[in-house]
Design a protein around this ligand. Structure first.
Ligand code: AP5
Ligand code: ZN
Length: 217
């Protein structure tokens, strides 16, 4: 299956993508995680992306599209993938369609996670992420680690993302509304979008997502 996950910052895309990717046996491809890995490795791409990400704005398309294409060309993504955070504007969606057409494949569905803005703000404010693996995502209230600031999975240190500061979150939400939301209409024209409410417990949302993807097949 080839799926795109859409939703505002803090909707739970990373949380759900990790679980769905395991259930569906496809790789979770997150452009945010790819950028963060480049930043922690100090690569040229990471250096270029860091200031932009810290401001809450989008990294330029030419950088992002190339990075996503290279990742999707890796062997583990040959039979399917779950894209999280890409595409993030209509130009990226058009580019992705072009890449997939070049490879003779197409998307199976777009899953849109719907969460009210006040909940998104609460989720982001309490989020803590593991330094060793960005798939290890916690929340100080909703998904507390057994020991404060220590990852339950690998004992790594938990930290708060720089772009999770309140003023940056406001910019990210604005960017989501103006740049990312239009891709929902773009994919609706292709009959690919299923919207699910992403409120409730993490595993309830996962069940809803799996049911929606099966229905859409
Ligand atoms: P990215 O990393 O993609 O961030 P985002 O889209 O803002 O999404 P988040 O990671 O903030 O949230 P999420 O939806 O994954 O939520 P999570 O599962 O963590 O992008 C960051 C930046 O990179 C961008 O601003 C941009 O600069 C750059 N970038 C990335 N892709 C790009 C692209 N394509 N083009 C250009 N630039 C790009 O959950 C949030 C919290 O809620 C967690 O604490 C979690 O534990 C909790 N939670 C999850 N589900 C539930 C639930 N059901 N109930 C209660 N709590 C829950
Ligand atoms: Zn960890």
């Amino acid at each position: 299956m080839r799926i795109v996950l859409v939703g505002p910052p803090g909707a739970g895309k990373g949380t759900q993508a990790t679980l769905l990717a395991k259930t569906l046996s496809i790789p979770h491809v997150s452009t945010g995680d790819l950028f963060r890995a480049n930043i922690s490795q100090g690569t040229e791409l990471g250096l270029a992306a860091k200031a932009i990400m810290d401001s809450g704005k989008l990294v330029p398309d030419e950088v992002t599209i190339g990075m996503a294409k290279d990742r999707l060309a890796e062997p583990d993504a040959a039979d399917g993938f779950l894209l999280d955070g890409f595409p993030r504007n209509v130009a990226q969606a058009v580019a992705l369609d072009g890449i997939l057409a070049e490879w003779g494949i197409e998307l199976d569905g777009v899953l849109d996670l719907e969460v009210p803005e006040d909940e998104v703000v609460r989720r982001i404010a309490g989020r803590r992420i593991c330094r060793n693996d960005s798939a290890h995502i916690f929340h100080v209230e909703y998904n507390r680690p057994a020991v404060d600031d220590v990852c339950d999975v690998c004992q790594g240190e938990l930290y708060q993302r720089g772009d999770d500061a309140e003023d940056k979150v406001r910019v990210r939400l604005e960017v989501y509304h103006t740049e990312t939301e239009p891709i929902i209409a773009y994919y609706q024209k292709q009959g690919l979008v299923t919207t699910i409410p992403a409120l409730g417990k993490v595993d309830e949302v996962t069940q809803r997502a799996i049911a929606a993807l099966r229905e859409n097949k």
